[in-house]
Design a protein around this ligand. Structure first.
Ligand SMILES: [Zn+2]
Length: 141
């Protein structure tokens, strides 16, 4: 069965009319804030600021909030990339293709985000907020 069809069936079984009703529910807002704070508000693919949570799976467990491991914080740019294709990213991928593409981008992202050695002390700066970086810089003097 197509992943999106399965999603809609599961949502109806949970009492939601459709996906947009689910996305505005208290349940989803709770799950989303939990996942974003787990990922420190950073995109799991590129490390940028994230405000979206992407589904790798729309099973009842995930939709009910019992499987956060199937959810990823992503930035708007990466979210477009994992769900759409084509030169203008305007062709929606199937659920299965989107999952494949997400895994691929996660792999590329994790390679690119290897800790970078810096002259100062080799700290991992990526993922730190501006304020944290500022404090670290001050502490070094
Ligand atoms: Zn990203």
């Amino acid at each position: 069965m197509d992943g999106y069809l399965e999603r809609n069936n599961n949502l109806r079984a949970m009492g939601f009319a459709d996906y947009s009703e689910y996305l505005s529910s208290a349940l989803w807002l709770l799950i989303k804030s939990r996942v974003l704070s787990r990922d420190n508000g950073r995109c799991r693919i590129c490390g940028d600021f994230a405000r979206t949570v992407h589904h790798m799976d729309y099973s009842l467990h995930v939709l009910r909030g019992n499987r956060d491991d199937k959810l990823l914080s992503v930035c708007d740019g990466c979210h477009q990339k994992v769900e759409f294709t084509g030169p203008n990213l305007d062709v929606k991928l199937s659920m299965e293709e989107a999952v494949r593409k997400t895994k691929k981008l996660l792999e590329i992202g994790s390679k690119q985000r290897k800790p970078k050695r810096r002259k100062g002390g080799g700290k991992l700066w990526i993922g730190l907020s501006y304020k944290a970086k500022h404090l670290l810089r001050k502490g070094r003097k």
